[in-house]
Design a protein around this ligand. Sequence first.
Ligand code: ADP
Length: 193
Amino acid sequence: MKRVGITGGIGCGKSTVVAEFQKLGILSFVADQVAADYYKDSQFLDEIRRLFGDSVFDNSGTIDKRALANIVFGDRQALAKLNNLVHPKVMQDFDVFCREHDDQPYVLFESAILYDYSFDRFMHSVIGVYLDLDERIRRLLLRDKASEAEIRARIANQLPAETILQRADYIVLNYEGNPRARQVAYIDKQLRQ
Ligand code: ADP
């Protein structure tokens, strides 16, 4: 079974494109969501406490994600520590997911940061979802409760969309009016061969 990455910066339309693949019966492992769910797991939180101390927890013992983000986004070594905890766990869970669905022609691994952390080395091929910056910002202002400055800061934390355009094996151009279903049907046909 093929493992196919799907990536694109925030607001490019990854989730929307994945939904199009799902209509064709294709399953998706949403890596960013899987990783976010670890923060509900007490064993994982123990590891976080061991690595970053009590300051990333509030008085009731709940994780303070803002405090953790402040530490890791200002300190490359701290970010590497967090990534070394999270990323292997994500890949282990993806392995389990693949084993559970090994009757499928391929499965998707959806991640905004696939190339940032070289997850492509575990993939048969990668689909990039592309949209220009202005349109991404316009859509994110509609989708998220965030200011334009916050959205720009999030985008600046990720690889430029143009890098994804250069590196991906397949591209979906997610402009309004561009037939997404046709692009997805074409890629699906290639991947089933
Ligand atoms: P991502 O998962 O890459 O962050 P989403 O799939 O959530 O992006 O898309 C961002 C926003 O843009 C969502 O509100 C979505 O409904 C909207 N959107 C996605 N594709 C299109 C499109 N082709 N035309 C108009 N709006 C779109």
